[in-house]
Design a protein around this ligand. Structure first.
Ligand code: COA
Length: 335
């Protein structure tokens, strides 16, 4: 008998502190108009001192558990995708593990940047299909704000990113009558372009210490991005992988009710929708309010859609992301 995995609960957690484009104008040479025109972003959230990534992840996870009618003790494992971990090691998932007070179930962090949630969903799906786990908490969690150059030097990157967490509970669905579930997932990577969007240090690539005074002075501990290069690849790879995953799932594009695309830049998603002939109203966004929350963007979109009642049982939903690595991935779900 084939076991399929399905999402049975969603949640999100964002800091309360709102940072508008006008707030950023006070820190760097930028403008609300430039940011909105280029990215569609109006505001994002930043943590305040004392807040932690695992706190946002806990909020998202508890909401997802509540939505599923489950307790932390019902989980068999936790996979947390992040590129902005709370400490160098252990991963953020261990701090979430402690906060949730779960028994000694396995947990780990997964690093696939903005495609991280889809890689994590694929991992949970594989464990469930293999019969290793029945219920997995999958989390995307980012605190970018503490790692951004909030001066004019870093403006091409720092205006784009925000903090947030999203979570889903993925559960085995052995009922052949229930068609809900993850129908197909596809993932890709191209390490050739690793340095086109990256943070160089701290890391073991810097010798003899993981970061040097020169790197700090040059701002190499902040993200570096070749924006146009990333843009060009994102608008090519997302349609490619969406088509591949639709084919793998045996689903027609027109039968998909929602396309939940990674929230890197509204213009990227408009481009993807136009190139594929997807009606814009099928591509909800939250980037206006939250900016790019990397691994958290898609689960946050899922949670907003589920809570607003937009995602209805039986609907087909396509997810897709592109990010640093480069990585890109897609999943087709029946809700
Ligand atoms: N405010 C004002 N001006 C800014 C700015 C800011 N925040 N950031 C950059 N600029 C300036 C640049 O210095 C440049 O000035 P110049 O022409 O005098 O040299 C000008 O704006 C254009 O910069 P450029 O980087 O060429 O802009 P762009 O049109 O490519 O748009 C991005 C920049 C970042 C919005 C765009 O490239 C993009 O969205 N790329 C993809 C990013 C992404 O999605 N990353 C995450 C992937 S997961």
């Amino acid at each position: 008998m084939t076991i399929r995995s399905k999402i049975v609960g969603t949640g999100m957690g964002v800091p309360e502190h709102v940072v508008t484009n006008h707030d950023l104008e006070k820190l760097m040479d930028t403008s609300d108009e430039w940011i909105r025109q280029r990215s569609g972003i109006a505001e994002r959230r930043h943590i305040r001192e004392g807040e932690r990534p695992s706190e946002l992840a806990e909020r998202a996870s508890r909401r997802a558990l509540d939505a599923a009618g489950l307790e932390p003790g019902d989980l068999d494992g936790i996979v947390l995708a992040t590129l902005s971990s709370e400490h160098d090691f252990p991963g953020t998932s261990f701090f979430l593990h402690r906060r949730l007070g779960v028994p000694e179930i396995p947990c780990f962090d997964l690093r696939a940047q903005c495609s991280g949630f889809l890689y994590a969903l694929a991992t949970a799906d594989a464990y469930i299909r293999a019969g290793m786990m029945r219920r997995v908490l999958v989390v995307g969690c980012e605190v970018h704000s503490t790692g951004l150059d909030l001066t004019t030097r870093g403006r091409n990157v720092s205006v784009l990113f925000g903090d947030g967490a999203g979570a889903v509970i993925v559960e085995a669905n052995p009922d052949p009558e229930d068609r809900a579930g993850v129908l197909a997932v596809r993932m890709h990577a191209q390490g050739e372009h690793a340095e086109r969007l990256w943070i160089e240090a701290p890391g073991s690539g810097s010798y003899p210490l993981r970061i040097t005074a020169e790197q700090v002075a040059a701002g190499r501990h902040f993200p570096q991005m070749e924006g146009r290069f990333v843009f060009k690849h994102a608008v090519t790879r997302m349609p490619e992988v969406l088509r591949e995953t639709l084919d793998a799932a045996g689903v027609k594009q027109d039968d998909v009710s929602w396309f939940l695309l990674h929230q890197a830049n509204l213009r990227i998603n408009e481009f993807v929708a136009q190139a594929m002939g997807i009606p814009p109203e099928k591509c909800p966004s939250n980037i206006e309010r939250f900016g790019n929350c990397s691994a958290a963007s898609i689960p946050m979109l899922l949670d907003e859609g589920a809570r607003a009642g937009r995602l209805e049982p039986g609907q087909l939903i396509a997810l897709a992301a592109f990010g640093s690595g480069f990585t890109w991935a897609s999943a087709i779900l029946r809700w």
